[in-house]
Write a protein that binds this ligand. Sequence first.
Ligand SMILES: NC(=O)C1=CN([C@@H]2O[C@H](COP(=O)(O)OP(=O)(O)OC[C@H]3O[C@@H](n4cnc5c(N)ncnc54)[C@H](OP(=O)(O)O)[C@@H]3O)[C@@H](O)[C@H]2O)C=CC1
Ligand SMILES: CC(=O)C(=O)O
Ligand SMILES: [Mg+2]
Length: 705
Amino acid sequence: MYKKGISDNTEARVRRETATFYSTLSLCHLSIYPFRFQYLLLLFVIIMISVNITGHGVFINYESSGCCTASNTIISKPVVFRVNSSKDHNNINIIHNSGKEEEEEEEETEKKVIGRKMESTLKALRDGESVLDLSPKSTVSGGVEDIYGEDRATEDQLVTPWTFSVASGCCLLRDPQYNKGLAFTEKERDAHYLRGLLPPTVSTQQLQEKKLMNSIRQYEVPLQKYVAMMDLQERNKRLFYKLLIDNVEELLPVVYTPTVGEACQKYGSIFRRPQGLYISLKEKGKILEVLKNWPERSIQVIVVTDGERILGLGDLGCQGMGIPVGKLALYTALGGVRPSACLPVTIDVGTNNEKLLNDEFYIGLRQKRATGQEYYELLHEFMTAVKQNYGEKVLVQFEDFANHNAFELLAKYGTTHLVFNDDIQGTASVVLAGVVAALKLIGGTLADHTFLFLGAGEAGTGIAELIALEMSKQTIEETRKKIWLVDSKGLIVSSRKNSLQHFKKPWAHEHEPVNTLLEAVKAIKPTVLIGSSGVGRTFTKEVVEAMTSNNDTPLIMALSNPTSQSECTAEEAYQWSEGRAIFASGSPFDPVEYKGKVYASGQANNAYIFPGFGLGLVISGAIRVHDDMLLAASEALAKQVTEENYKNGLIYPPFSNIRKISANIAASVAAKAYELGLATHLPRPRNLLRCAESCMYTPVYRSYR
Ligand SMILES: NC(=O)C1=CN([C@@H]2O[C@H](COP(=O)(O)OP(=O)(O)OC[C@H]3O[C@@H](n4cnc5c(N)ncnc54)[C@H](OP(=O)(O)O)[C@@H]3O)[C@@H](O)[C@H]2O)C=CC1
Ligand SMILES: CC(=O)C(=O)O
Ligand SMILES: [Mg+2]
């Protein structure tokens, strides 16, 4: 209903916005003020045209467009504010279309009132104070506070700071952003033409949550739970995020690894409605237009995959979409980035997965993967269009690309865009945090330990590099010597140097060739063993026993996802090490009982890092990612591990605290961005932690007038 075209020219945009405006407001309860409405409508259309014609680039979508009728913020005519909440709080440009002298005085008063409200809110933001009005009285349909509530707190783009309209009737019930289902009050049912469309009961969000959790728990098959959660996300976003936040430990394995892996494998069959943008070779030359088809304008985080290395499941082509969708759900639930600022993207250049190519339900391009120039041209067009459409500060997270492209894309766009590779950098940060935390249990400093990796790809070499960087208070070449990696051809040693991919070369140390992991463990005698091969059950009994015979407390991290690809299970790690191993894994395992003692293992997953990391970039307005920010995130995470966690053998804090953890990570990342001169939201808020907390999206229902 809101999408009327994809053309980017001014005329089409005005047409589209005008149509949007009509269709939205025609559903509102504006008939109470018929006169005013027509007058406002006319003024609004004039503003839209003048603003577009004058090239101010103002683009108001249905969500942020509004009228004053439902508001008590004393605005009697449309005024469009250009606000940069970060750079210059006093510099609020007001673009209006008055020209009527008799209204000027009234307008001046309005501007002052709104200006004062905005200034106080911005000052609160700057000082790191809460700007949230989470009282049940807060409204969607009116009030400057709403605009600067957590939904908009991280924005520095154009806003209309009074009301934004919400559709009525069936349209409202079908709009997942505003739908509250049975929780619409009697008053709202009257005001928004919902009478008869809902059964008489008025529910609370808490009761809805209880009911849904009950029904999700009835499903025994994880994929059914996944589909139920996706259904909810498409029906009622606030309830979806409330469930996810309040039941994070239970639902993370449903919307994320391991279940998301199975969902991607079967995505063709379970696909219902688009959850993100599909950009295929067919869209070459038109990617900017495709981006404009997405209903949200104010995007802050994009997670993009080309589907070639989905978890440890290999090439799933276009069906990899489940990954960006899942990662962004975590950006919101765990990191507080508002859902409308998140955009999942799948780049479809074909697939080399024969099974999918022959699957009649496959949803992607039915061709072999494009490579070389064709591939890089499409990616380049995408990266250029992203910056053009969303600006310099949109974060692009590369996810689950194969390593032959991942390193190159990161290096290429790291200097021109705000990019982050979760598999290389996020994983490195979370593992470094775990290792640093584990030092309390296994003793020594980082430099005292010897590391052996099974898997020398994105995750393996990314982690190795960050550990080396952390230690490189000495020289990095020296510290690298304590880190060894095994790939599918055995231990990476200097005699293999000529045939190695570039990212493996720094790890080719002097040593005779070693073919197997077990031989490598015996030869290198690592104190820390990290699995990032994507191949399950490779930490065999012999390997774990060899680690245990060399170390009192071996640190064993089986990072590969999903659970089927984990290098060993928690049960195996504790049994084979006779309860001595400190164990963490990429996908979660239930606690294990061994000889009367219960062992709870940690989840070494980049989900601890990327949501808070991204939030830190957003609140500081960072324009580039720097390795020191990864170290800062890692340190912030390690600091969240409590004595009690250590006592239980845990090297990560529980996910149930993830919002607090993310806020701390965000504050540290933002602090580093300011320190490095990479932040653009100036002046720097005095209290970054409070600022981060204030900006986090909270999915409680708003009341609508
Ligand atoms: N827990 C977490 O947060 C994360 C977990 N992961 C998981 O880590 C795994 C790997 O990801 P990533 O590094 O990006 O993948 P890559 O494809 O980049 O790397 C895989 C590496 O494993 C090696 N390998 C494959 N099979 C074997 C084998 N049988 N024996 C020894 N080495 C082998 C490959 O060797 P070669 O180069 O010779 O082919 C390659 O070096 C995946 O399962 C992924 O889900 C990834 C990111 C985050
Ligand atoms: C967790 C993650 O990013 C991966 O397994 O690829
Ligand atoms: Mg990944």
